[in-house]
Design a protein around this ligand. Structure first.
Ligand SMILES: *Cc1c(COP(=O)(O)O)cnc(C)c1O
Length: 403
């Protein structure tokens, strides 16, 4: 059989809605790009985005800032992280996550994942006790939402506060409760490949007035905190506004252009999540049926957003994996490998984060990542594209297994 060829780009996003273009032109004409450059009592686009997202999420407070990684950093500071304090987090995550802990002065303590890409609760309990950590930075890496009831019950029992990293779960939920509404604080990313695309950007939500006020001060709000969209009342700021910890220079404000771009996309988020899942469902059914490939079955209580798909090429060993990926790429299908021992592009395996000391050995995480390949699911792909991608992977797998 001749080689199938997929031709579309895995990096191609959809156009930004017309409404955003119109508003961005208005902002450019006005020159009022900074979030505090407002007239009278009007709310800036950055403040409006905070209001709209707090409402969407069903949380009281929201801060718009420069990135998801930055949001995690200031959330940790606002939660009272002290120098050298241990913070638990998933070993399977993106480098900015332990990076945020490190930047905030904490010590990342990596926890194993299970075969479903979720945090291993037994290892979490062990590491929580051994490290004395009081914060868990729960990374919902690649949108896998674990059983949040068991996880939160365990964290409550251990006295752990939870900071949710929802970079890939915006729009997702567990048993009808939105991802980002379980922990004390939750951070979202607006980077191009996440669920709202403003190029770069972050949103962080909480119901805790003290934490919200501290995060706003950290983000570089001068004394203009009243110009925020979903902010605690001015009295909450009285005690903290002049303390050095809150005035230290960590400017990371959202600007009005990116906020306008995000605002215009928010009403379409839920529908886009459905569109991602339509594509994911096709890819999942085709790829899971390929001999030599395994995709763990997801819990029916998890409403995930299928903006990427992870599968395990069980029939391919570590030494063959680079040529398997190269063969797929030659036929137009771009895969990422989380198990690679050399960090590449967006991905790096935990043991390449050398500043983590002591570096733990996490056999299950390594075992799972060794076989895990990742496929981005852009909304610019249609149903036929998804069938073709599945067929390409099947064809390459057949070459490798001789079946
Ligand atoms: C993208 C991402 C981040 C960081 O977000 P940035 O906006 O790129 O800083 C954090 N965690 C996960 C799981 C991500 O995918």
């Amino acid at each position: 059989m001749s080689k199938l060829q997929f031709k579309k780009a895995f990096t191609q996003q959809e156009p930004i809605p017309e409404q955003a273009k119109k508003r961005v032109m208005e902002l450019l004409d006005s020159g009022r790009l900074h979030r505090y450059n407002t007239v009278g009592s009007e709310l800036s686009d950055a403040a409006l985005l905070e209001q709209a997202f707090a409402h969407h999420q069903g949380r009281q407070y929201c801060l718009a800032c420069t990135s998801g990684g930055y949001a995690l950093h200031i959330a940790l500071r606002a939660m009272g992280l002290t120098a050298g304090e241990a913070v638990l987090t998933n070993a399977y995550t993106l480098a900015p996550v332990p990076g945020a802990i490190h930047a905030a002065g904490g010590k990342p303590v990596l926890v194993e994942i299970d075969d479903n890409y979720h945090l291993d609760l037994a290892d979490l309990a062990l590491k929580a006790k051994a490290s004395g950590a009081r914060i868990l930075l729960l990374s919902l890496m690649r949108g896998h939402i674990p059983n949040m009831d068991s996880l939160m019950a365990l964290c409550n029992g251990l006295g752990l506060q939870v900071l949710e990293d929802c970079a890939h779960t915006m729009g997702g939920s567990w048993q009808g409760v939105k991802s980002g509404n379980f922990g004390q604080v939750a951070a979202f990313s607006l980077q191009t490949y996440k669920h709202l695309n403003t190029g770069e950007g972050g949103l962080v939500v909480t119901d805790d007035a003290q934490i919200a006020a501290r995060m706003i001060m950290h983000s570089g709000s001068y004394m203009l905190y009243e110009r925020h969209g979903a902010t605690p009342s001015p009295e909450v700021f009285e005690n903290i506004r002049l303390t050095s910890a809150n005035m230290s220079g960590m400017s990371g404000r959202m600007d009005n252009i990116r906020a306008a771009i995000g605002l215009a996309q928010l009403p379409g988020l839920d529908n886009n999540c459905k569109r991602w899942n339509q594509r994911y469902t096709i890819l999942n059914s085709v790829i899971a049926a390929i001999p030599g490939i395994d995709i763990p079955v997801r819990d029916a209580r998890e409403s995930f957003v299928g903006s990427s798909l992870q599968f395990r090429a069980e029939a391919i060993d570590m030494t063959q994996m680079p040529s398997f990926i190269a063969a797929c790429a030659a036929q137009g299908v771009e895969l990422k490998w989380f198990g690679e021992n050399q960090p590449k592009a967006f991905t790096s395996r935990y043991d390449s984060w050398h500043y983590i000391d002591p570096m733990p050995h996490l056999p299950n995480t390594l075992k799972v990542l060794e076989k895990t390949l990742d496929l981005r699911v852009p909304l610019t792909f249609d149903d036929e594209d998804c069938y073709l991608i599945g067929a390409v992977i099947a064809q390459v797998m057949a070459q490798f297994t001789g079946k």
